[in-house]
Design a protein around this ligand. Structure first.
Ligand SMILES: C[S@@+](CC[C@H](N)C(=O)[O-])C[C@H]1O[C@@H](n2cnc3c(N)ncnc32)[C@H](O)[C@@H]1O
Length: 497
C-alpha cells in the first residue's frame, strides 16, 4: 500500500510469521482480520492458539491518528488555535473531517477508506427509531445524544468555515459520521482526552468484562466513559512495569490494551487463552446496553452489566444514603444490593429505622414480613412498568422475527406481504420509508436508507425486549422469594404478572 497509512509498521508478537498460502489472513502474526459482508461484523481472529497475557499487537505512536499528529498540518493548526472554546473531542472531529477533505493525497487515505460509512449510535436515531425504544429514560438519553451532537456541530461550524471544508463535509450528517467515528473507535491516550484512532487496533470487537481476577471491584468506579478509551484503564500495571517481573505482571494483568510510554506504542494483549480461529475481543469498559447503544451502536443479548431502573417513591431515596444510580435491577432480574437495602429500610416504620440501620447496610433481611413486603412491592412495580409499555415481550419477539425475515435477501414476495401485518409499528415503518414490494421473486426492495433504518429499529426493539425480560425475570425472582418465605402468601396477594 505504498508509504501511506497502509504501511504502518504494526507488529505482531511474539513470533513474526509471513503470510503464506496456508494462512490467507490479511494480517501476519497471531491475528487475522475477519471480514464479512457488513463492515460492522469485521473483527480480529486468533491465527494460532494464544495464551492469556500474550502481547499480540503493537501499533507505534507514529501510526496513531491523534489531534497532535493531524495538527502537524500548519493551516489546520493555525486555525484550531483561534478556536479555544472547542473541546478536545470537537477538535479531533474537525481534524478527521479536514483529513477526509484531502482525499487520496492524505497519508491516512487507506485507513480512512475502510472506516464504516455510517453508524448506529443513538445520536444517529431518527424520530421513529427513537420512539421504538419505548422507555422514557432511553428516549431521553437519545434526545440528549442528538442535541449534544447538534450543539457541538454548531459550535464547530466557524472553524470548519475558516478551513473552507467542502459543504458536504460541513453539514450535520458529516459531523455525525465523524463524531460517531470518534465515539465508537477512539482509544485512550494519556496526552489527549479525545483519544486516538488506532489502525488495526480498532478492529477489536467488544466483550463485556467478565469474571476477573482480584482487583476488579477496586477498578470499577473509574470506568464508563464514552469510547474504547476505557480499554487503557486496565493497563495501569502494564504501563508502570516494563520488563521487571514480566511473568508476574502478565499473569496478573487486567488489561487487554493500552498505550505504553516506554515502547511509544499502543499494545494489545490476550486477556484469556484463545483457540486458533476464535475471535479475539477487547473490553472497552463496563457498559449497560443503553450505554453501548449510545456510544457504540450495538448491544449484547447477555450483558452482565445491564441495569433496569424502576420508579421509586421519593421517600425511598430520602430514607437511605444510597446514590440513585445504585438502585436498579441486575440483568439476571435480581434487585441490586443498594435497592434491596433501601427498600428494606423504607418498609420499616420510621421510628425503628435507626435501630436496624446496621443490619440493612450489611445486607441482612430484617424479617420475613419486611422481605415479603419489599419483594411484593418490587414485583408490583415491575408489573406496572411492563403494563404501561405499548408492546409485550411476546409481541416484541414476534416483531424481531419478522424484521429478521425482512432482512433476509431471499425473502419471497408472499412472505414480504405477510410481514406487513404484525401491528401498527410495522405499518409505521412501512409508511415512513415508503417501501415497495419487488416484482417476480425479487422480494422486498429496500433502499439503502430504509435498510440502515431497519437495522437501528431492530436495535431499538432488541433493547426494549432485553429491558422487559429483565423486569419479567425480576418478577419471577421476587415471587420465588415470597413463596419461599411464605408458601401460602401468593394465594392471598397474587403478585405474579
Ligand atoms: C472499534 S470498532 C470494532 C470493529 C468493527 N466491527 C469494524 O468493523 O470496524 C467498534 C464497533 O464494532 C461493532 N462492535 C463491537 N463489538 C461488538 C459486539 N460485541 N457486537 C456487535 N457489534 C460490535 C460496533 O459497531 C462498534 O461500534
Amino acid at each position: 500500500m505504498g508509504d501511506g497509512a497502509g504501511n504502518l509498521g504494526l507488529h505482531h508478537h511474539p513470533h513474526h510469521r509471513s503470510v503464506s498460502s496456508s494462512n490467507p489472513s490479511l494480517l501476519c502474526g497471531p491475528l487475522s482480520l475477519r471480514l464479512s459482508l457488513s463492515s460492522r461484523s469485521r473483527g480480529l481472529a486468533a491465527a494460532r492458539d494464544l495464551s492469556q497475557g500474550e502481547l499480540i499487537l503493537t501499533v507505534p505512536k507514529s501510526a496513531l491518528m491523534t489531534s497532535q499528529s493531524l495538527l502537524k498540518d500548519e493551516k489546520l493548526s493555525v486555525a484550531v488555535k483561534r478556536h479555544t472554546s472547542l473541546s478536545s473531542t470537537q477538535i479531533l472531529t474537525v481534524c478527521l473531517l479536514a483529513e477526509m477533505s484531502k482525499g487520496k493525497s492524505s497519508w491516512w487515505h487507506p485507513y480512512l477508506m475502510q472506516l464504516p460509512r455510517s453508524y448506529d449510535t443513538l445520536a444517529n436515531f431518527s424520530q421513529f427509531e427513537k420512539q421504538a425504544l419505548q422507555v422514557d429514560d432511553a428516549i431521553w438519553v437519545t434526545e440528549r445524544a442528538i442535541l449534544k451532537a447538534e450543539l457541538e456541530w454548531k459550535k464547530a461550524i466557524p472553524l470548519m468555515e475558516e478551513l473552507k471544508l467542502k459543504p458536504q463535509l460541513q453539514n450535520f450528517r458529516a459531523w455525525l459520521w465523524a463524531s460517531s467515528t470518534v465515539s465508537s473507535r477512539t482509544m485512550h491516550i494519556p496526552w489527549d482526552d479525545a483519544g486516538c484512532l488506532c489502525p488495526v487496533g480498532d478492529f477489536y470487537n467488544y466483550a463485556a468484562p467478565g469474571e476477573e481476577p482480584c482487583g476488579w471491584e477496586d477498578l470499577k468506579g473509574a470506568r464508563n466513559e464514552s469510547s474504547l478509551q476505557n480499554s487503557s484503564f486496565w493497563n495501569k500495571d502494564a504501563t508502570n512495569n516494563s520488563d521487571a517481573g514480566q511473568d508476574d505482571v502478565l499473569s496478573q494483568r487486567l488489561t487487554d490494551g493500552g498505550y505504553k510510554e516506554d515502547l511509544a506504542a499502543y499494545c494489545f494483549y490476550a486477556r484469556k487463552n484463545y483457540k486458533k480461529g476464535e475471535q479475539v475481543l477487547l473490553s472497552y469498559g463496563t457498559y449497560t446496553n443503553l450505554e453501548l447503544l449510545e456510544h457504540y451502536g450495538f448491544l449484547l443479548d447477555e450483558n452482565p452489566n445491564d441495569k433496569v431502573f424502576i420508579p421509586l417513591e421519593p421517600e425511598v431515596y430520602a430514607s437511605s444514603s444510597w446514590p440513585k444510580d445504585s438502585l436498579y435491577i441486575h440483568q439476571n432480574g435480581k434487585p441490586s444490593f443498594a435497592l434491596l437495602s433501601a427498600l428494606r429500610l423504607w418498609a420499616t416504620p420510621a421510628s425503628e429505622r435507626r435501630s436496624v440501620g446496621h443490619l440493612v447496610y450489611s445486607g441482612t433481611q430484617l424479617s420475613a414480613e419486611n422481605e415479603i413486603f419489599v419483594m411484593g412491592w418490587i414485583a408490583k412495580s415491575c408489573h406496572v412498568v411492563l403494563e404501561n409499555l405499548p408492546t409485550s415481550v411476546e409481541e416484541d419477539s414476534l416483531l424481531l422475527c419478522a424484521v429478521d425475515k425482512m432482512q433476509d435477501p431471499n425473502v419471497p414476495m408472499e412472505v414480504g406481504n405477510a410481514l406487513r401485518s404484525p401491528g401498527v409499528e410495522f405499518s409505521a415503518f412501512w409508511e415512513v420509508h415508503d417501501l415497495k414490494i419487488g416484482d417476480g421473486n425479487g422480494g422486498l426492495l429496500l433502499s439503502e436508507k430504509a435498510r440502515r433504518s431497519m437495522e437501528r429499529w431492530k436495535l431499538a426493539v432488541q433493547w426494549r425486549l432485553r429491558h422487559k425480560r429483565i423486569l419479567v425475570d425480576c418478577i419471577s425472582h421476587c415471587t420465588e422469594i415470597i413463596s419461599s418465605l411464605s408458601p401460602t402468601f401468593l394465594g392471598h396477594r397474587g403478585y405474579q404478572s
